[in-house]
Design a protein around this ligand. Structure first.
Ligand SMILES: C[S@@+](CC[C@H](N)C(=O)[O-])C[C@H]1O[C@@H](n2cnc3c(N)ncnc32)[C@H](O)[C@@H]1O
Length: 187
């Protein structure tokens, strides 16, 4: 992208979107990593997968296409949300995927069987209390590269990148891991 085009797309982005993206900027989870995340979480057909900050929908498309899950993605950036909707249609899984354009702090996750997260540690620190309050007892939380820094995950997997020297990390938490770590959580 030329610097002129970069400036044009930047200047079109609403300020509130930019401020959220400082907390967790867009970076997609590669398809093979998304696949391993859902495999680790033992995703089953018909289960509800929620991706908070779904970007252009990579994790949701893998969940719908290969695991036949119902999916909800929440994305603050309307441009990325639009791409996610278009991709779901192109992949033939639009009937399984709902995209909510908005702030994931405003969306209740009580019905989710699996919550997928690829967010920076600062955002995870804020989100943790919401999850502890809302998630159901058998929910699983699966994270790419960053984990809840003060809670020990039930499982961790290292996965080689297909395109760089980076090693992806996948973390799995069960609802009980989160709930038992914080007997009382701030309101
Ligand atoms: C690292 S990307 C992950 C994208 C996708 N989950 C994936 O793994 O491919 C994080 C996404 O979270 C979105 N985001 C950040 N804060 C948000 C918020 N408060 N509500 C909704 N989306 C948010 C960003 O716009 C960005 O697209």
């Amino acid at each position: 992208m030329s610097s002129e085009n970069k400036y044009k797309s930047f200047s079109k982005t609403p300020f509130y979107v930019l401020s959220y993206q400082l907390l967790s900027p867009y970076s997609p989870t590669p398809e093979h990593v998304a696949y391993e995340m859902l495999k680790l979480a033992k995703a089953k057909p018909g289960e509800l997968v929620v991706d908070l900050g779904c970007g252009d929908g990579n994790i949701l498309i893998v969940a719908a296409k290969y695991f036949k899950c119902r999916c909800i993605g929440v994305e603050i950036n309307p441009h990325l949300a639009e791409i996610a909707i278009k991709r779901a249609k192109k992949e033939g899984v639009a009937d399984l995927i709902t995209i909510i354009v908005g702030d994931f702090f405003e969306v209740n996750v009580k019905d989710a069987d699996i919550i997928a997260l690829y967010l920076l540690p600062e955002t995870l620190r804020l989100l943790k209390y919401k999850l502890i309050r809302e998630i159901k007892p058998n929910a699983r939380i699966v994270l790419h590269d960053y984990s809840f820094d003060d809670i020990i995950p039930s499982k961790v997997i290292d996965l080689k990148s297909h395109s760089s020297l980076h090693t992806h990390k996948i973390f799995l938490y069960y609802a009980k891991d989160l709930k038992s770590s914080h007997k009382s959580s701030p309101t």
